[in-house]
Structures are given as C-alpha cells and as structure tokens.
Design a protein around this ligand. Structure first.
Ligand SMILES: [Cu+2]
Length: 317
C-alpha cells in the first residue's frame, strides 16, 4: 500500500512497503513507549527512594504478583505481535510469485548491470512494468554488494559465486533510487542506479527500442550515449583529467605505456581488448580495477564506443 515519506523512510511504492512500514512503526512505537516507561520509572524511583539518613523507611514488600504478571504478559503479547507480523511479511518478501518476470542483476565494482530475458542489457538502470511482480536474480562479479531500493523496502546481499533472490511489485510509476548498501571499495558511494517503473505498454516499447538501440545514429553518436549508459564516465573523463582510469581525450593513436614496462600504439584492437580484457594490459600509473565488459557490450556497441573515442582524439583515422 501507499505510504508517504516519513523521517525514517521514503515514500513506499511497492506492494509490501505498507506492511514493512506497519511492522517497523509498531516496533518503533511500542519500543519507544516501553523505553519511556522503564527509563521514567528508573529516574522516578532513584529520586523517590534515594538513600536518606532516616533509617527504617524502606517497606518490607518483597513482591507484587499482579504487577509482575502485568509487566510480563503485556511485553510478551507485544513480542508475539512483532513476531507474527514480522514473519508473515518476511515470508511474503521471500516467496516470489509464480508469474514474476525474471531479470538478472549483476553487481560489480562499481555499477549494476541488468540482463533481460529478451536479450537487452542495461547498466545502472532497471526498467520494469508497473503492477507486475519482478524477480531479481542477483550475483556479484567481485566483492559483496547489496541491492537496496528504499522505496520498495527491499535490500538483498549480492554475493560472488552464489545467487540470491529478491522480488518486488511496484504499484506506482516513477523513478526510484537504487543503492549499493554494502561498502565495496573506493567508489562504493557512486554505485547508484535507478529503477524506472513504467506502464506495461511503455515497457514493451522500451524493450523493443533497446534491442534496436543505436539505429538511426552514427556510430560515434551511439558511442557517446553508451559512454554514459554503460558507466564508462564514472572512471574515464573526456576532457583530459585523470580519474580512476585514464581520460579518453586524445587516446586514439597515442603510445600507451603499461605497468610492466612495455608499450603499444592505441588502435582499434587495443581499445577492444581494453574493454573486454582490461586486465591484460594495465596502463602505467593506474590500478587493475576496470571490470571486464565481456557479455555487457555487444560487438556493435564496442564498435560504437571505439568510433566515439576516435572523435575525442586529434589523430583520427
Ligand atoms: Cu557495491
């Protein structure tokens, strides 16, 4: 159900967000009341019954059965409520509906990629239809990440060498933040994406468009788009400034020096290799942190990226 944002949570946009919030609020409010009562009484008693210099004032009462039953039974009931609703919601969040569409999500330093059954691959953008359950099959290429969409109230660890699963059904169109919620290295805070919830027809159109993306554009124009959409821009600038990776400015045709002392002239094959097997040749002065784009970019897209990098260089050929 819909909930609006509060101090603790952003607005809820999935079918389970209302339930998660209800459990959270119940525990928060019940906990706060009990905390106030316990701490209030501690303060009251320590003042009221502080040690005085008059002996004999302490009464001989050893216990009070009614009171003890009350402060035992009420919290037990509250804990049972918290367990009952918490477990019920947990089960709902764990069991993926049979009619869910399945999207493979991969975490890697430091971006998300998504593979659709239709063959479309996106980076840092998960597009899903509204009012339809979506199963997200998660795994990591490197370290532990965590798939966190606060508006949907889902968070799931993303592990190397193992699959984890989460699911959601968004019932409100819009754009929602996707975070990595597991510290995964220097650019962890840049590991953010978007979940775009669109209508069923927009979704079908988007799938169609994405599988024919780049048509009607020159390769260099398409490459410029891919440079952003495949997240190359998080590590490579185009204005000459060095980031996590070398800038693409004037890259084509230059003589590149590598960490092992060898060197090579940057041509199409070198660029292709750098994208698919970045660990083969490490540019001197940089670390081996570029993820392989094997499987994430199609040949057509590599061609476009190379065409784009050429346009950033003086020495075009
Ligand atoms: Cu991460």
């Amino acid at each position: 159900m819909d909930t609006t944002g509060t101090l603790f949570m952003p607005s809820g946009a999935s079918t389970i967000s209302g339930e998660v919030d209800a459990v959270f609020n119940f525990i928060l409010i019940a906990g706060s009341i009990i905390f106030a009562i316990v701490v209030g009484l501690i303060i009251f008693f320590s003042v009221r019954y502080r040690r005085r210099d008059k002996p004999g004032l302490t009464s001989g009462i050893s216990h009070n059965l009614k009171l003890e039953l009350t402060w035992t039974i009420i919290p037990v009931i509250l804990v049972f409520f918290a367990f009952y609703f918490g477990f019920k919601t947990y089960l709902k969040m764990s069991i993926v509906p049979g009619n869910a569409i399945e999207i493979k999500a991969t975490g890697q330093k430091w971006f998300w990629s998504f593979d659709y059954p239709e063959g479309v691959t996106t980076v840092n953008e998960l597009v899903v239809p509204v009012d339809q359950p979506v199963k997200v099959l998660l795994s990591s290429q490197d370290v532990i990440h965590s798939f966190f969409v606060p508006n949907f109230r889902i968070k799931m660890d993303v592990l190397p060498n193992r699959y984890t699963v989460t699911w959601f059904e968004a019932h409100q169109k819009g754009e929602y933040n996707l975070f990595c919620a597991e510290y995964c290295g220097t650019e962890h805070s840049e590991m953010v994406g978007k979940v775009r919830v669109v209508s069923e027809s927009e979704y079908q159109n988007w799938l169609e468009e994405s599988s024919t993306a780049g048509e009607g554009m020159t390769p260099a124009e398409y490459g410029a788009k891919l440079y952003i959409s495949k997240s190359c821009n998080t590590c490579h600038s185009i204005d000459g400034t060095a980031g996590n990776g070398p800038s693409f400015k004037n890259i084509f045709g230059k003589t590149e020096k590598f960490a092992d002392g060898s060197q090579a002239v940057v041509d199409e094959n070198y660029l292709r290799e750098s994208i698919l097997e970045p660990a083969n040749k490490i540019v001197a002065g940089y670390q081996n942190i570029m993820p392989t784009y094997q499987g994430l970019v199609k040949d057509r897209e590599i061609d476009a990226l190379i065409a784009y990098m050429k346009t950033l260089s003086n020495e075009q050929q």
